[in-house]
Design a protein around this ligand. Structure first.
Ligand code: VTB
Length: 335
């Protein structure tokens, strides 16, 4: 995968973020997502790749664009692409912090192909790499991470999602003296924070989406951190009702079809199989990881985090966009 592709991918997430921003705070998460998807697809199709979407908007019968298996690009290096045009559609619709447009790319076969289901995730930065084990109780992982970082539990910072399903685990960590930051949504940004040199976050733990898990894994691998994941069927996360059990059993069946198992620990290398990965993420709303978009008239600024795993270069790109000068097909979604 040529290094110059990194710049091209940053353009793709910038475009998707600008399209999402147009719908910021308008209470319509589907419209925001649709606009970002459309722009991301247009821009990917202008990129010099022979790309295939491996994590996207869904199966071919449920997503008209950026569906799993869709070919994108106008020819070039063969790459697999994992996209989340808006990581945080609810946050965008409700004007909350931490919404991003993200994409990860790698050589063919680089990413775990998993259905859109829940995944339990445990992530740490480079200093604690090799010290986590999702087979073990969280308590042991917290202690091992604190020991690796050479600090007491009272100085450990864990980020998670503020969801009712995490209430117990949050209380348990707080009882242990750990500082817990519970953000409403967005575990991709939360995961990456564990690996950023200037962040105080030591660990991310949550049950969130599997697609978000794979996108995060690409970034974590590129940054030298560590991550374990475990695919969980719906009824084990959202309550064992008849409907959830039906959906959960379908997920188990789909996993079996794809040659993967639920409830089995996946290592970072199972989810992101190569160092030669590129991660691009552009902030839509202001967050701990990235600035949000600012707009004045026809001008908007974006901040993008661009990581190339091969050399582990971390770039922050601040761009100024003249929205009325964007390409046909894009301009109407961003202006
Ligand atoms: C997860 C998480 C995402 O939405 O998909 C979550 O991975 C969905 O949670 O980062 P619910 O079970 O509450 O629907 C995000 O937080 C945002 O897209």
């Amino acid at each position: 995968m040529k290094r110059d592709l990194a710049m091209a991918f940053s353009r793709v997430t910038e475009g998707a973020a600008l399209a999402g921003y147009k719908w910021l705070g308008r209470g319509d998460k589907n419209a925001a997502d649709q606009a970002a998807v459309e722009v991301m697809r247009i821009l990917l199709n202008k990129t010099d790749i022979d790309g295939e979407i491996v994590i996207g908007e869904g199966e071919i019968d449920e997503a008209p664009m950026l569906y799993i298996g869709e070919k994108v690009g106008r020819g070039g290096d063969a790459v697999d692409i994992a996209v989340d045009p808006i990581e945080g559609t609810r946050m965008t619709a409700m004007g909350q912090n931490n919404a991003l447009a993200v994409l990860a790319a790698g050589e063919t076969g680089s990413f775990l192909k998993a259905p859109d289901m829940y995944m339990e995730k445990l992530v740490v930065g480079p200093a604690a790499a090799g010290m986590i084990d999702l087979e073990k109780p969280l308590e042991e992982n917290l202690k091992a991470t604190a020991a690796a970082l050479n600090k007491p539990l009272s100085e450990l910072v864990v980020i998670t999602l503020a969801k009712p399903r995490h209430d117990e685990v949050i209380a348990e960590m707080q009882r242990m003296g750990v500082r817990v930051y519970a953000v409403p949504d967005g575990d991709v940004a939360a995961s990456i924070l564990t690996c950023m040199p200037d962040s105080e976050v030591d660990m991310m733990y949550c049950i969130g989406g599997a697609p978000e898990g794979v996108v995060s894994a690409a970034a974590i691998r590129a940054l030298g951190g560590d991550m374990h994941g475990r695919l969980l069927p719906r009824h084990e996360v959202k309550g064992d009702t008849e409907e959830n059990r039906k959906l959960g059993e379908e997920e188990i069946r789909r996993c079996a079809e794809m040659g993967i198992e639920t409830n089995k620990v996946l290592q970072l290398g199972d989810m992101a199989r190569s160092d030669n990965v590129i991660f691009a993420g552009t902030g839509i709303t202001k967050g701990d990881l990235l600035e949000g978009i600012h707009r004045q008239g026809n001008m908007a600024t974006t901040e993008t985090l661009l990581i190339r795993g091969k050399c582990r270069t971390i770039r922050r790109i601040k761009s100024t966009h003249y929205l009325d000068r964007k390409d046909d097909g894009v301009v109407e979604h961003v202006l």
